[in-house]
Design a protein around this ligand. Sequence first.
Ligand code: NAD
Length: 425
Amino acid sequence: MSRIIKEEKRLVVPENVTIPFIEGDGVGKEITSVCLAVVDAAVNAAYKGKRQIKWKEVLAGEKAFKYTGKWLPNETMQAFKEYIVGLKGPLTTPVGGGIRSLNVALRQELDLYVCLRPVRWFKGVESPLKNPQDVDMYIFRENTEDIYAGIEWEQGSDEAKKFLTFLVNEMRVTKVRFPDTSGFGVKPVSIEGTERLVRAAIRYAIKHKLPSVTLVHKGNIMKFTEGGFKKWGYEMADREFAGETFSMNRYNALVKEQGKAVADAAKEEAVKQGKVIVNDVIADAFLQNTLLHPKDYSVVATLNLNGDYISDQLAAMVGGIGIAPGANINYDTGHAIFEATHGTAPDIAGQNKANPSSIILSAVMMLEYLGWKEAGELITSAMECCFSQGLATDDLARLMPDGKSLSTSSFRDVLIQQINCESKK
Ligand code: NAD
């Protein structure tokens, strides 16, 4: 039996586990094969044959279209459902009416409500920050609501006219500045959607002994959606994690009831006891603060659109998209897809120069998710060692003072060599 099983509170992972993977389009072919080789080397070095991954290729994107006439065959979706955890290279978004983005289709079908992006700096990698070593954050971006729900009507369409009539006649809305030439979008944010995202972020902070969870929102402007996110997030934290967290909601209540000195003392005591501090910040201030005081933030929970901007800015602060890992996860069913966060990079595809670090570090997240931490740690320390010596693909090496630009396959070779060295330490 090589399939992962989800029990109520944990994943049961067999020693010989089957993991489906999508190779991906463009640079996907180059980086995914490198990633599989690196992960195999690390698993082998860490467990000496006691554990093994059986990779099962499933088709999506251009390769799927070429062989099956479908961009996302049912068998692929079925494999991700059945095997629970999978890996994915970047996919081209097919151009043409009526075709959903393949990434969106996978996330929606499996209800992968968390987009998790850890952001850290590797010594040796060029950064625009003075102290990039202070960046160590985990972004929990909501993946199913907000603008992601895609509820919009095009300017001039019958639907947009109908929606405007509804707004004006039924809802008595008079604030649309140019009613006849507007397109419209709806931004749904729910209690359940907020709670499951914030719950996952808090559990992650508790499990990894991280100091804080920050709710990032624009509740000052969008009171009932972004403001709701903040309110429901705090309420859930206070209700479900009262013993393990201290929220600024409770702090503010204490200030009102017993004064600031008592509230400050309670917060200080919570920090001493290692409780997770749950606080919040407005999204624009957050973006500024991450550049000025990145140390202030650890786990971040946010809605979809904010999360989109935040993930890319933070990735740029530590070396760019070639190195940023990510995963889409449903912590209730266990379903998770670990993926390269960049696109298919058509401008460098087939040239053996793409950086495979994003998908490799996503696979490290996968190994941790499976409970195979030792193998993941070998890869991370091998990568730390390579970057600190200036050994990297051209996108990173050309910016390093002593950088040595390696091809994708040469980078694979030095990384595997280093993994084997690390395992003997
Ligand atoms: P892109 O991420 O493919 O490329 C942007 C720039 O970053 C390019 O200059 C590229 O050379 C560089 N780059 C990206 N990955 C790199 C890597 N691993 N190593 C070195 N350099 C790298 O974004 P794009 O050009 O806007 O999109 C191309 C295609 O990818 C589109 O079809 C888009 O829809 C798709 N896309 C897919 C995903 C995904 O599957 N998750 C994400 C983003 C874009």
